[in-house]
Write a protein that binds this ligand. Sequence first.
Ligand SMILES: [Ca+2]
Ligand SMILES: [Ca+2]
Length: 498
Amino acid sequence: MRRTFFLCLVSAITHCFAIVDASAQSPKRPNVLMIAIDDLNDWVEPLGGHPDVKTPAMARLAERGLTFTNAHCQAPLCNPSRTSLMTGKRPSSTGVYGLAPWIRNVPELASLVTMPQHFHEHGYRTLIGGKIYHGGYGRREGEAESDVWGPPAGVGVRPKRKIIGPTPGGNNPLMDWGTFPHRDEDKGDWAVASWAVDEIKKMPEDQPFFLSVGFFLPHVPCYATQKWFDLYPNDGFAMPPILAGDRDDTPASSWYIHWYLPEPRTSWLEANDQLRPLVRAYLACISFVDSQVARVLDALEQSPFAENTIVVLWSDHGYHLGEKAISGKNSLWTRSTRVPLILAGPGVPVAKKCNQPAELLDLYPTISDLVGIPQADGMEGISLAPQIANPQAPRERPAICTHNAGNHSACDQRWRYIRYADGAEELYDRQTDSEETRNLLFGDSVSQEHRAVADRLAAWLPKADKPLAPGSRHRILEKRQDGFYWEGKRIDPTEKME
Ligand SMILES: [Ca+2]
Ligand SMILES: [Ca+2]
């Protein structure tokens, strides 16, 4: 009784001080540090996607926060994924499926309020450095996307010529990997991390901040200095599981969604002895970018904001390293859709994992909830606050990924269902087949159970897909009356696929 009274008294006094404090100055909302990484799949220690990968900074972040182990992007490509995350809208709602357009160039989308803008409206100082939006989008004068702009994303120093030589699909200069004499300090991501560190050091303390830091690696070209390659000696790392004939049970339309791309297919990588070098370079770049995450996290921890900042780390989509006959993204399988998503800070549980389905587009409403500002209008994501309060809290809606109009996948805790624009389907039991190799809807003897699972997940897919937004370009697939068109050119279904 006495103890209860005492606690009530303490509570009343604390409450009273809180009121006094609030009247003296505006309530101190948590800051937000958002770290985005480009083309990083689940090869990070907290997700266990590769047995040998070394990502101590991300492991450390996971130790002080909550890792969503079943998080998926809304599009397996930079611009549509980032557009979705930053606007809270699905690609099927905006019609942004390709590397263009930028939303402000589309009259119907121009007034969408992005996450930094929403936070700015609620008193936050916003800063963006590196790759948050695709390309140079948002950086032009007159576009009020951020209060402060840091350096743009960039590769930094490059070798004089491509290390691996010419590649198929147009010999794109980005399609390269390996090491050459240079310094970590000469890399684009180093400059972005340095900028973030400086901004944290000189950050005003009288206004909450929303700092977005976007790293470019392990996006191609996968260049890193020798020390990062030394972490993965040539015979000292596992190769990803690559199953010959894995696509014998996937439909032709699974090829159309990545029909003609600069990313080499596995057949070329194997024929040119480049598969192992690519995997090694990708691992090296992951560890390098992790070291840049460490620099930013260290700066935050040494700052006055250490205790009052929500940290969120995500990647815009995954990456194939030879699995299912391709390298790159632009598929609807786990290699492309599964992404790191880690949150830490005030209100977030420590060293926990949540395997409920989560979508990157949930971040906008989730972070709004975590800092206590109103929800923006028209959010299509669902706040993850219930899972942050209780990582076991069930979530009914599966995570949906879209690659061009009409091609979708849906993941719940166990299954992945895929439907392409021509109606072709796939279903995988990820509980027994985590790499999604056995399409349970292939062949003539589909079980009633599997049909029912497929139909249940299909019901969640967007009912209508917005047509291509004006100005759509790059990696565009369209299903027209007479077949599929890739970048405006009709696909010949008899053409060789692998
Ligand atoms: Ca990307
Ligand atoms: Ca297969």
